[in-house]
Write a protein that binds this ligand. Structure first.
Ligand code: ASP
Ligand code: MG
Length: 406
């Protein structure tokens, strides 16, 4: 008998028919003799809708009242799935975060899990009852409701796997696993049998939506056995592993992309203190600037370019205008028509060939690279949004990732 955490994403619980299918998947594991705890997301599209309601009434900030609204979607699906399981003759009950409790800090919309008490859930197991836990939500020690960041049900599932010492954490979604690139944009994308935690973390941080980056980090830290599976079809899925053999002839394992970011350039900033004031004022409001590049100009002034989430733009521009008044740079230029493409692979460690291939491939297509950033196993470039699909496809081919389709 193994102890399993099964997590089902928004499309897997999108309606009552899908929930019945999920209940059958859970029943199969129970019939195989396993002990199961389930984590659910909100129905597809619901969290976005809830965000838009809260944003309409309070666009300038994110508070714990936003979290109360956002967390409600998962309450609905936890109850519904418990009902669907009961209908199959299984004993089941729902758990909201405060009932366990899943204790977090108090950062609105990006709370971190501090502790999960296991007593309630262990009792549930002992009674042969299947706990269905509402993902994405937590509770502070002052009993305020929090949420764990978008995609946060994955973090709930991994954290539960750690707390309950589960043998495996299965993340059910609407694709068969992790692909070398988004199969909706890259026809020749292929499913990976395995991927390392480190690679998965980079891909997830750079736009691959299949797993939340933070949950991968947590799984890596605690060596949780993590699998990505489809609730729509039976197939092997992808297993996230610590190490894997390099596939012959491939330097990279996957390509992620995002078009959720905007590029901001500030012109003629007077001095170094200016830089600190700018980035500091954004961080103070939990706005994360990435790919920060400074160009020194001749007269001691400099330009600063960075990217941030488009969804943070409305809040960022007024903050930057304030800093502009204080330190007196001349201009703020915002470009929303950008895409970031990231190639990721443990095979690229200390291999300069990657850079050459990437630039050559893009240059041949006349695609201009606006910003570059790297980590040990990742190379990211910002390009014009209109070239995104073309860049993804040509890089996928150039890095030998294309599946041989007949
Ligand atoms: N429902 C939340 C979201 O859409 C959490 C999740 O699905 O993991 O971000
Ligand atoms: Mg998700």
């Amino acid at each position: 008998m193994a102890r399993l955490i099964l997590k089902f994403g928004g499309t897997s619980v999108a309606n009552v028919v899908r929930l019945e299918q999920v209940a059958r998947i859970v029943k199969k594991e129970i019939d195989a003799g396993h002990q199961v705890a389930v984590v659910v997301s909100a129905m597809a599209g619901i969290t976005n809708e809830l965000v838009s309601f809260a944003h309409a009434l309070c666009p300038s900030d994110v508070t714990l009242e936003h979290d109360v609204v956002l967390a409600s979607g998962e309450q609905v699906t936890s109850g519904l799935l418990a009902l669907a399981l009961q209908r199959l003759g299984l004993k089941s009950r729902s758990y909201l975060s405060w009932q366990i409790p899943i204790l977090t800090d108090a950062s609105p919309s990006q709370a971190k899990i501090l502790n999960i008490a296991t007593h309630e859930l262990e009792t549930c197991f002992k009674e042969n009852c299947i706990p269905v836990v509402a993902g994405f939500q937590g509770v502070t020690e002052n009993r305020r409701v929090t949420t764990l960041g978008r995609g946060g049900s994955d973090a709930t599932a991994v954290a539960l796997a750690v707390a309950l010492k589960a043998d495996c954490c299965d993340i059910y979604t609407d694709v068969n696993g992790v692909y070398t690139a988004d199969p909706r944009l890259v026809f020749y994308a292929q499913k990976l049998e395995t991927i390392t935690y480190a690679e998965m973390f980079e891909l997830a941080s750079q736009g691959a939506k299949v797993l939340q980056a933070r949950s991968v980090e947590l799984a890596m830290k605690h060596k949780v056995k993590l699998r990505v599976l489809s609730s729509f079809s039976e197939s092997e899925g992808t297993t996230v592993v610590e190490e894997r053999n390099k596939v012959e002839g491939t330097l990279i394992s996957g390509i992620a992309h995002t078009q959720n970011e905007a590029k901001v350039t500030l012109i003629d900033i007077p001095d170094q203190n200016g830089m600190a004031a700018i980035v500091g004022s954004l961080f103070e409001h939990q706005i994360c600037a990435d790919m920060i590049v400074q160009n020194s100009l001749q007269d001691g002034k400099s330009n600063l370019t960075f990217v941030l989430q488009k969804s943070d733009l409305d809040r960022s521009v007024p903050l930057l205008e304030d800093v502009k008044k204080k330190i007196g740079f001349t201009d703020i230029i915002v470009n929303k028509e950008i895409a970031k493409i990231s190639v990721v692979g443990i095979g690229m460690r200390s291999n300069l060939e990657i850079v050459t291939i990437l630039f050559k491939t893009l240059a041949e297509r006349g695609i201009n690279v606006q910003i570059i950033s790297t980590s040990e196993i990742r190379l990211s470039v910002v390009i014009d949004l209109k070239h995104m699909s073309e860049a993804l496809e040509t890089l996928h081919t150039a890095f030998n990732l294309d599946e041989k389709k007949v």
